[in-house]
Design a protein. Structure first.
Length: 217
């Protein structure tokens, strides 16, 4: 029967929303991996704990961060950069778990960026009230590669601006399990996250975790 056929198709086809040319939202794409992702993250955080870094302007970020992969994103009074070692421990960042790398590769594939092989996963932790102001991601060498983001835990309002800081951002609600891919002409758009609303996520508690996978070298 036709209805059965379409139900089957709906089950195997992830949702795919185009936000802009080069930007796509795969709602629920990471949902099936939630427990494996949490286990992998717990392991990363045990080796490289979350910390709130300071911007070159001297402000402490409300978002706490850590990284895994062959390098990690850091900021301090001297600037933003990628570095091989965690400045807190003096040790290399923990390796990127294969599960995470594969998830990012599959998501990029779905959005038309075949062969994405990230070397960094920046892990952002938001508690209620934490936010990220509008910015561009431009510390990577290769803007030809996309960025893949995975949202876990409490929902957030993602702000999607244009190529100028003054372009009025559109707002998207990002929920647990949502994956987004940003590349091509969308790669340098301004973006940010509105202050996180309070809440309690059944699995993740009172926080939102966002993973961004990047090719930085
Ligand atoms: C659009 N993180 O870590 S992820 C960041 O939810 C960052 O923690 C946000 O922006 C967060 O730099 C947003 C979505 C995202 C990531 C990278 C992008 C959107 C992007 C790069 C270009 C355009
Ligand atoms: Fe960003």
């Amino acid at each position: 029967m036709t209805a059965d056929l379409f139900e089957t198709v709906a089950d195997v086809r992830p949702s795919f929303e185009v936000i802009a040319v080069g930007a796509a939202l795969l709602r629920g794409f990471a949902g099936p991996l939630e427990s494996e992702l949490m286990t992998a993250l717990r392991d990363v955080v045990a080796q490289a704990p979350f910390r709130r870094m300071v911007t070159p302007g001297g402000h402490q970020m409300s978002v706490a961060m850590t990284n895994c992969g062959s390098a990690g994103w850091i900021t301090d009074r001297t600037g933003y950069r990628y570095g091989a070692d965690d400045p807190e421990t003096g040790k290399p960042w923990p390796a990127m778990p294969a599960l995470l790398r594969d998830l990012a590769g599959r998501a990029a594939d779905h959005a038309g960026f075949a062969g994405f092989s990230p070397d960094v996963c920046l892990v952002n932790r938001y508690v209620p009230g934490a936010r990220m102001s509008l910015h561009q991601d431009r510390d990577e060498l290769d803007f030809g590669a996309p960025i893949v983001s995975v949202s876990l835990g409490l929902p957030a309002i993602f702000l999607w601006g244009g190529l100028k800081r003054s372009d009025k951002p559109r707002r998207f609600r990002l929920e647990h399990g949502d994956v987004a891919v940003w590349g091509g002409p969308a790669r340098l758009n301004f973006h940010g996250v509105a202050p996180l609303a309070d809440g309690e996520h059944p699995l993740m508690g009172r926080q939102r975790i966002n993973l961004t996978f990047r090719k930085v070298r």
